[in-house]
Design a protein. Structure first.
Length: 563
């Protein structure tokens, strides 16, 4: 085994190897850049041929090249593991590695499989002997030993018991094939080839091509091994598909439902509209929501899309039933205009924020569950797990607050913050600033820092996860005059890899999320574009709302029906 590894290392270092085609010595490295080790490449080809069902062709390649896929000792070891010949497999381990830690881990895995199979066969005496005399002396973790010991006490009918279901899952998960995968991860990869390694490398290359394409925006990507992947701007929603004109005044907010089949809009005309949206971008009024007596600045769909909240300058928050369009409740807790609201994941509780510096946690029956007094709220959101409120005011701080115990953390911005947006997966935060700029912040470390705050975990634990000191990416409206109004940005695309924003120059802007590159500007509106929303289930569709009283539905050229 050691001789084989040394032999491979010599070839990897550029030393000549004895393999040839019988006439002329072949190069040690292949490819345009000379990066592919020839011996490793031939071994991977043999493995792939066997996986494809052509073992005889793999044998012919090994014979013609003089390069075996793996040493005989590895083949024998794999065979004995799959046959359940545990003592023989254990005796062969010393031929595969001399690393004591790896040997101990491998012995434990093999003996664990032996133990579990003995229980399954009903041979409890053999299982107990294996646990006491073979597994325990390996100094395994107490938790592992307790879990294994617990399996001896379980009966087949216990498998359905949720309290002990996890222990019975060990029998389902620990197959001999799974054991080989576990051993594979610990033994030298040059000795025992990782399963499906060539396919994995090819998929890595394809995924890298997709990630490098700035316009990639489809969940159904047809990739070819014969050419590099390329997508153009035709995958972005840049084509005007429909103009929705039912509002009598400026449209200040627009938001797709989570299923993407409806769109809600809030207007200065004191109404909100629920639109039915079709896959081709067409839309019809489903419900006209009336009852507010002053302009509406914000709305929010419940996570289950069954309800809608509307926030007004009349100090009210109204709860609407989507199926009927009926107002279920009017919340009158605030004393000044309500600027934002956010649902918790259960679709039964929500938060409201206002100019009056008060925030409320309410339920859909109108009960006040909690209240906070702090700075004026410009915008707010809730983390994906429902544990944390993220809010912004007119100052330069993004405030994170645990709902349960009021633990807090802050991010400091470079200019006053007007609005925010959370990525669909809850891992990024967009802060829209008054200086016509948006910033991307990583949200995960912020939440982790808050979870490890000194209040519960001590100062040392809190310092393990530091709050980010600066944003990851900046997106700037190059020619805009943003600053007077609240402009709402959003994430979008099949991988949420785009950022879109309106502007005071009447345009919609789309950037690549990771690079910050401006990909396109969309013209068409004749007034400030206040809000944009990217369809969460149809990455080819986006909506924009403007002071020109209209809502525009944009579609990707590739998704438009052919005439």
């Amino acid at each position: 085994m050691v001789a084989q590894i040394e032999h491979d290392q010599e070839m990897a270092n550029g030393h000549a190897h004895p393999y040839s085609n019988g006439h002329v010595a072949l190069p040690d490295f292949l490819g345009p850049e000379g990066l592919i080790n020839r011996v490793e490449y031939v071994r991977l080809l043999q493995q792939s041929l066997r996986r494809l069902g052509f073992p005889s062709v793999a044998d012919m390649l090994a014979e013609a090249s003089g390069i075996p896929m793996q040493p005989d000792s590895v083949t024998h070891f794999q065979h004995h593991v799959m046959q359940g010949r545990w003592d023989t497999a254990l005796s062969l381990l010393a031929d595969l590695t001399d690393d004591r830690s790896v040997l101990r881990q491998a012995r434990f895995l093999i003996l664990q499989q032996k133990y579990l199979e003995a229980i399954q066969a009903g041979d409890l005496s053999l299982a107990l002997q294996c646990l006491r005399k073979e597994v325990a002396p390996l100094r395994a973790k107490d938790t592992d030993l307790h879990s294994l010991a617990g399996c001896l006490l379980r009966q087949p009918e216990d498998a359905a018991n949720p309290l002990i279901h996890d222990e019975w899952r060990m029998f389902e998960q620990h197959t001999r094939a799974h054991l080989l995968q576990e051993l594979q991860a610990r033994l030298p990869p040059s000795l025992m080839l990782p399963e499906g390694r060539l396919e994995h490398l090819v998929e890595q290359a394809l995924a890298a091509q997709v990630s490098r394409c700035p316009f990639h925006n489809t969940a159904q990507t047809r990739l070819s091994l014969f050419s590099d992947y390329h997508a153009g701007i035709e995958q972005l929603p840049t084509q005007l598909a429909k103009v929705l004109e039912r509002h009598a005044d400026e449209v200040w907010h627009v938001q797709f439902s989570h299923r993407g089949d409806m769109l809600a809009s809030a207007s200065k005309d004191c109404t909100a509209i629920i639109w039915q949206v079709h896959a081709n971008g067409d839309g019809q009024v489903l419900h006209m929501l009336t009852g507010h007596i002053k302009p509406l600045s914000f709305l929010a769909w419940s996570p289950d899309d069954a309800k809608l909240l509307t926030c007004g300058n009349d100090h009210w928050v109204k709860l609407w039933d989507i199926a009927s369009g009926i107002c279920l409740y009017t919340f009158t807790n605030h004393q000044q205009p309500v600027t934002a609201c956010a649902w918790l994941p259960d679709s039964r509780r929500f938060l409201t924020g206002s100019v009056d510096k008060m925030s409320f946690l309410l339920d859909v029956e109108g009960n006040i569950l909690r209240r906070w007094k702090h700075q004026r709220i410009n915008d707010m959101a809730v983390s994906a797990d429902g544990s944390t409120i993220i809010s912004v005011c007119q100052e330069r701080q993004i405030r994170l607050c645990h709902i349960s115990d009021h633990r807090e953390a802050t991010l400091t911005e470079t200019a006053p913050i007007t609005s925010l947006a959370i990525s669909p997966a809850g891992d990024y935060l967009l802060a829209n600033l008054a200086n016509h700029t948006s910033h991307l912040w990583p949200l995960a470390p912020c939440l982790a820092h808050l979870d490890r705050s000194p209040a519960n975990h001590g100062l040392a634990a809190a310092l393990e996860v530091a709050m980010p000191g600066s944003p990851l990416v900046e997106y700037k409206v190059e020619e805009g005059r943003q600053g007077r109004f609240v402009i709402r940005t959003c994430f979008g695309g099949s991988l949420a890899n785009f950022v879109a924003s309106g502007s005071e120059d009447c345009r919609v802007y789309i950037w690549h999320r990771e690079t910050g590159d401006l990909l396109c500007r969309l013209d068409g509106h004749t007034g400030t574009v206040n809000s944009v929303s990217w369809n969460p289930t149809n990455s080819s569709m986006m909506a924009s709302a403007s002071d020109d009283k209209s809502i525009r539905i944009w579609m990707a050229k590739a998704a438009l029906p052919r005439l």
